[in-house]
Design a protein around this ligand. Sequence first.
Ligand code: ATP
Length: 575
Amino acid sequence: MTAAKRPARVAAAPEVIRNGLMVIGPDRPRLIASALLALLVGIVETGILYIIAAIAIAMSGGGAVRLGPAGMGFEVSIATACHIGLAVVVVLLALSFPLAKLLASLSSRAMVRLRGRMLRAYLSASLHYRDTHREGLLQQLIGEYAMRAENSVQQLALALVTICMFAAVLAGAIISSPVIALGMVGGLALCGALLFPIIRRMRQDATKPILTNREVVGRVAQATRTSQEISAFHVARPVIDMLARDIAIAAEAMRKLRFEGRLVPSLFQYGAIGIVLLLVLVLSGSGTGHLEGLAPLALLLVRALTYVRQLQRAMHVAREMAPYITSIEEEVSALEENAWPEGDREIADFRELRFDHVDYAYKPGERVLKDVSFAIRQGEMVGIVGPSGSGKSTLSGLILRLRSAASGTIAVDDVPLERATAESWARLSAFVPQDSHLIYGTVYQNIRFFRDGYDDETVIAAAKGAHLHDEIMRLPEGYDTLIGPGARGLSGGQRQRLAIARALLARPKLIVMDEPTSALDRNSELMVGQTLEELKGHTTIVLIAHRPATLGICDRIFRVEHGVLTETPVSQHVA
Ligand SMILES: Nc1ncnc2c1ncn2[C@@H]1O[C@H](COP(=O)(O)OP(=O)(O)OP(=O)(O)O)[C@@H](O)[C@H]1O
């Protein structure tokens, strides 16, 4: 399982209901309250339709308005009937507010829960598992999938509410004229039976989305990330063509779904009306006397049919959306199963970090690190060298406790690194990646990087430690200048030193630097070198580096080749 599959099908009703209830979860009492309220609205609505019909009859006949069931009714003037009607309308309006509020809150609360769960699951999953995901997965889950799940819940709740209203109006119609009302129910059932083969065929057509949205989103994410290269290689046209093709295929599948969504309810409604008219024709021709009170009944039946149409549409949309919930559930469960262990031992300091016979594989059977054993003592500066692809970055992931060994042990003093709490090790260690990223925010926010409890002075001290302070002070608003995507950019050298300031902020005991000077200009490289000199002796540094100039400062140097680590003399690497 590598990524959320775009559901290439329309769900069956039981799946829709099961999924909807799963997402609604703790809000089921709200759903029940909505249904009860809807039933009440349906009953009151039946009353108002009955009053309107009675007024219409009285107006056409010139007499009083007759209200109440046959034989037990009473007569009132048209004005009184209108007043009663207005009072009922006020009740209807008053009931509409809580019903609308309940329905809206049901789905929005479901979305908040879903998004929170997805975000937690994704960010708590192991890096090893996240590596197996294509790019843009979280965005797609939290964006498109959550919206569709919300829509499914909304439609399902709407369907339930519609059923309740339909039941109330139908009950009114049955009381008014059992023969015609039951005839209409029979007509609907007949329509359903007749239309079933067409519906099934259309549904099958609609479930052939050859290209998944997942692929479209993945390709868009890829196009965004490589936008600079796309311009430089002048390949915008083929990229646009490729995306346009993908989008068109997805759109065709969607068109078929929409077509079904529009057509089937109409076929149902008009078919049922036709059957009712036939029934009236038969009854009037036979003179069986079932036609008294036909006017209110006609109104009730028309209203009931609009509910059927509404129900059809709601179920259609809910069915279309429900598989996204299945997909979210599968994806989130897999992420949760692969949660990265939090650990249970607080580590405040360490004397030694030791690797014993450590193996690591991204894929089963393909060892990237083989039988790695070494120890780093507190305060040492250790260089890691080796050709590209030899396993240096993988090693840094293991040191940072972002990955766990496939076999062998990694220990901080006597504690296996996996047992150390993720939080305490993250406080004790820091990372300067090969390619660091800015976030949209001020320089302060970029250096703090979501960590609370560091005042401005501490941030400034970190920037000074990274030899970035003077350049920050030259920005228009100093540390308050907005930087990052969509705002002001920084040069590669400045970005790298900002990454170092980020790492220095919490005064870590261990810093892993992945090629910190690989892409730097001479000036930035000198400043990074100066930072390293200043850290030497009191902060343990693991320096992944190629340049002899950077390695000269190291106490010890390890070489990784084809995943095998050996110690080599420092003198061998210094020019
Ligand atoms: N996410 C991944 N999935 C599968 N294989 C991976 C993954 N990341 C790295 N590898 C493989 O693991 C091996 C070691 O990669 P690593 O990034 O640790 O090398 P490196 O020595 O840091 O390389 P460089 O100096 O180019 O950064 C490489 O063969 C690489 O192809």
